[in-house]
Design a protein around this ligand. Structure first.
Ligand code: KIV
Ligand code: NA
Length: 265
């Protein structure tokens, strides 16, 4: 089986192959993901909620992401590993670079950051220094205080136009991948059609170039947090942990997930 590299992301999109991403935080699960059809493993700051038990992603630290990235990298050799900047670690290009070097040295091939605006400078700074970047727009969980909760973004015309503009801007700054979270399906399709880089949806409908879920949600675990509409328990049909991950990967590749029931109109 092939080992995923950053250039392969655009190649997969050009070939019409869906990208299948899932989060993992440790070596054992990473190994199962690697063996069951997952292309991209995100060491997400969602670990603050599903591993550490906080009610947002804000308390996560750079040390935590570096630690979990190293563990995942020991378990998965085939999938592309993407490490998530925790809140406050990407406030300046210089700080972001210092954290990103740790993530790359821990085994990540790409780093992910939320937002556009002043982050565009950071994206450019990292890409120029050989650190591939995945952008993340829409319902960015680190914006929880400004949003006043975890709310679907881009419902009004002005907000939708801003999202489209930001999507083009992050690609222009050099991002190689774009996660769209919690946006109406039609808007995510529109952004994907206009985007020069592959898009990965979560709560963004089936029109994206790929999908991502949080591992614990896919396994139907009760994490103590309210489950968003797009979450699906694949353990029921998969029958085992490996089967659930395989069922998710197959459903994304066939275009069966997400269906309308797991998207925002
Ligand atoms: O931290 C995370 O798991 C994420 C995904 C939900 C995209 O950012
Ligand atoms: Na995240």
């Amino acid at each position: 089986q092939k080992r995923w590299t950053v250039p392969m992301l655009g190649e997969a999109r050009a070939a019409g192959r869906k990208l299948v991403m899932l989060t993992s935080y440790d070596a054992s699960f990473a190994r199962v993901l690697d063996d069951n059809g997952i292309d991209l493993i995100l060491i997400g700051d969602s670990l603050g909620m599903v591993v550490q038990g906080f009610d947002s992603t804000l308390p996560v630290r750079v040390d935590d992401i570096a630690y979990h990235t190293a563990a995942v990298a020991r378990g998965a050799t085939r999938a592309l590993k993407i490490a998530d900047f925790p809140f406050g670690s990407d406030g300046s290009a210089l700080e972001a670079h210092a954290a990103a070097v740790r993530f790359i040295q821990a085994g990540a091939s790409m780093v992910k950051l939320e937002g556009a605006g002043h982050k565009l400078e950071t994206i450019r700074y990292l890409v120029e220094r050989e650190i591939p970047v995945c952008a993340h727009l829409g319902l960015t969980p680190q914006s929880v205080h400004r949003f006043g909760g975890f709310k679907v973004q881009g419902r009004e015309d002005a907000a939708a136009a801003k999202l489209c503009e930001d999507a083009l801007a992050v690609a222009d700054a050099g991002a190689a991948l774009l996660v769209l979270e919690g946006v109406p399906a039609a808007l995510a399709s529109r952004i994907t059609a206009a985007s020069p880089i592959p898009t990965i949806g979560i709560g963004a409908g089936s029109g994206c170039d790929g999908q991502v879920l949080v591992l614990h949600d896919l396994l139907g675990l009760d994490t103590g947090h309210r489950k968003p509409k797009f979450v699906k328990d694949f353990l029921v049909e998969g029958g085992s942990v490996a089967g659930a991950i395989r069922a998710y990967a197959d459903a994304v590749r066939d275009g069966r997930f997400p269906d309308a029931e797991h998207a925002y109109a």
